[in-house]
Ligand binder design. Structure first.
Ligand code: ADP
Ligand code: MG
Length: 580
């Protein structure tokens, strides 16, 4: 019931059009009652009493009624489609807007494809239910109620007799409807599994082909399909049983009418035409009943879909603005970690009691073996996650006590995995600051060592780059991302292995661009090539979630601990590579 009310909330803005649609439906479907009732008149007045005037009336009135039906059917289809489309668009927008606010953790715990399935398949199921089933529900109810009323008007005793079978039919519909709702919830989940599977394997096609795992993947896909098939069949089984049952029950009703009604005509209690009209209405009755049960089942399915959609909308973001926080004013860029403990899973700390200070404009390097917690530290600064305990402050402001937007607006991130959006090179750089002028965009590209290769492309800044920017090399993509970060002009900069995926030649170009980008900003640099962090003001050496050493390159080398060991190993290896 709650679900209906929530759905109704989305329909409310279009209530006027919906009302028009439903009135059109009622009239259009109501006209269907005209033919069976006029048949009674045709038999009594024309066939039996041979009245010409009545014949003309019957012929003309049928034409008029059908014309009316056409007009109102148009209104029904047009207005209902309008309302349904609008509702679906609103709903999709609400989900998307909500998804964007959800925390990173939400996405880590779910498959992308499954989330996509909720926004597409489930929302579409709602639309179908709204357009086809709700309209039909109203239309068929009008036919049903109209028929029943007219049957009582013709002969109430016969009508009562007919409806003896009704409670049985309704019970059958109710039971199957409940079953359908459960089965189709499972069905939609299996459909989401398939979307998720496809999404994942299309994204990983290179890996699949390189491991020659096509048939292995096909086998996995078969299994998903098989699950889907079984869920599908189970749903069909439920709905397949209901139709024959309803048919048999209604046939029994018709037999009773013919038998008792025939006796009444013989005794002269009703006319032949009246009985004929009655039978026509009664036999047509099974049609609306069947359709209503079908609609009911589909609406149950749609409600299962609605439930999943609302489950997403109801998911609260873990990371959000605390009540009453104000924006972070423009910062100088001092970052303090005070006794930070962080865990992804309860009681498994990834960072323990961590403290350090980055002064405005300093370059802080995070080094250490992989898995030691470097990326995690970087993720805490823009509040992608909140620490379990401890305080992070920027210029003395606790970052949990300022708005997320004002915090993230002053932080720039250049990750190892570059993300370019569908669109032109220009649009991708402009993403860093939507208000920037053309000159500023070009200046940013120049500072990022990107301008040269961009203008060398046939369409320059207007070159389209695909979803994953396939036209460009890794180094070129990274330089576009750097230009984007330059345009954003953040006070705090995070470079997480920004050059790790690049070959030596493009690394040099990117490194040059990064060096320019870092000037005057507090920067956190994670790099596994230690030669690039030698000039850092502060090097934090991480191991298993702890800072085990900190200082400058020279002081750490003098110390002779983990850092000097890592550095010497790399230095030796590089020398060997140079020699070899
Ligand atoms: N999203 C996550 N969920 C659970 N554990 C994670 C997640 N990301 C990283 N970890 C774990 O946290 C530890 C630190 O990871 P990370 O900060 O990525 O290390 P680094 O960047 O130094 O290689 C690792 O043990 C890693 O397995
Ligand atoms: Mg990392």
């Amino acid at each position: 019931m709650n679900l209906y009310l929530r759905l109704l909330k989305y329909v409310r803005p279009y209530i006027l059009r919906l009302t028009v649609a439903l009135i059109c439906t009622a009239i259009a479907q109501g006209t269907n009652l005209y033919i069976p009732t006029i048949l009674g008149k045709l038999i009594d007045n024309v066939l039996i009493n041979k009245d010409f005037a009545s014949l003309n009336f019957v012929a003309i009135s049928v034409i008029v009624v059908m014309l009316l039906q056409g007009i109102f059917l148009y209104g029904q289809t047009y207005f209902m489609a309008y309302v349904a489309q609008k509702v679906v668009i609103d709903l999709r927008r609400t989900i998307y807007q909500h998804l964007q606010r959800l925390s990173i953790v939400f996405f880590e715990n779910r498959q992308t494809g499954a989330i996509m399935s909720y926004i597409t398949n489930d929302v579409n199921a709602l639309q179908t239910a709204l357009v086809d089933n709700v309209v039909d529900l109203v239309g068929q109810s009008v036919i049903l109620i109209g028929s029943v009323a007219y049957m009582f008007y013709i002969d109430w005793k016969l009508a009562l007799l007919t409806f003896l079978s009704f409670p049985f039919i309704l019970q059958a519909i109710k039971i199957s409807g409940k079953k359908l709702r459960v089965k189709s919830r499972i069905l939609q989940e299996r459909a989401a599994d398939i979307t998720a599977f496809l999404q994942e394997s299309i994204m990983s096609i290179k890996v699949i082909q390189s491991f020659v795992r096509e048939s292995y993947e096909l086998h996995r896909f078969d299994r998903e399909n098989d699950n889907n098939f079984r869920a599908q069949i189970k749903t069909v089984q439920v709905s397949a049983v209901i139709t024959p049952i309803v048919n048999i029950l209604s046939a029994l009703g018709v037999v009773a009418i013919i038998w008792f009604g025939g006796r009444e005509v013989i005794h002269g209690e009703i006319t032949s035409g009246a009985l004929f009209a009655f039978i026509a209405l009664a036999t047509n009755l099974s049609n609306p009943v069947k359709r209503l049960s079908n609609d009911y089942g589909n609406i149950q399915k749609a409600l299962a879909a609605a439930q999943r959609v609302f489950d997403i909308i109801d998911t609260k973001p873990d990371i959000k603005n605390l009540p009453g926080v104000s924006p972070l004013p423009p910062i100088k860029g001092q970052v303090d970690f005070n006794n930070i403990t962080f865990e992804y899973k309860p009681n498994e700390p990834v960072l323990s009691e961590l403290s350090f200070t980055a002064k405005p404009g300093q370059m802080v390097a995070l080094v250490g073996p992989s898995g030691s917690g470097k990326t995690t530290i970087a993720n805490l600064i823009p509040r992608f996650y909140d620490p379990a305990s401890g305080r992070i402050t920027i210029d003395g402001f606790n970052i949990r006590q300022v708005t997320l937007e004002s915090l993230r607006n002053q932080i720039g991130i250049v990750p190892q995995e570059t993300t370019l959006f569908n669109g032109t090179v220009y649009q991708n750089i402009l993403y860093g600051n939507l208000d920037a002028t053309k000159e500023q965009v070009l200046a940013a590209a120049k500072a990022a060592n990107a301008h040269e290769f961009i203008i060398a492309m046939p369409e320059g800044y207007e070159t389209q780059i695909g979803e994953r920017g396939t036209l460009l090399s890794g180094g070129q993509r990274q330089r576009i991302c750097i230009a984007r970060a330059i345009l954003k002009n953040p006070r705090i900069l995070i470079l997480d292995e920004a050059t790790s995926a690049l070959d030596t030649e493009s690394e040099a170009l990117v490194q040059q661009a990064l060096d320019k980008l870092m000037v005057g900003r507090t920067s956190f640099v994670i790099a596994h090539r230690l030669s690039t962090v030698r000039q850092a003001n502060l090097i934090l050496v991480m191991e298993k979630g702890h800072i085990v050493e900190q200082g400058t390159h020279s002081s750490l080398m003098k110390l002779g601990g983990l850092y000097s060991k890592l550095y010497n190993t790399q230095f030796k290896k590089n020398n060997n590579e140079d020699l070899g």
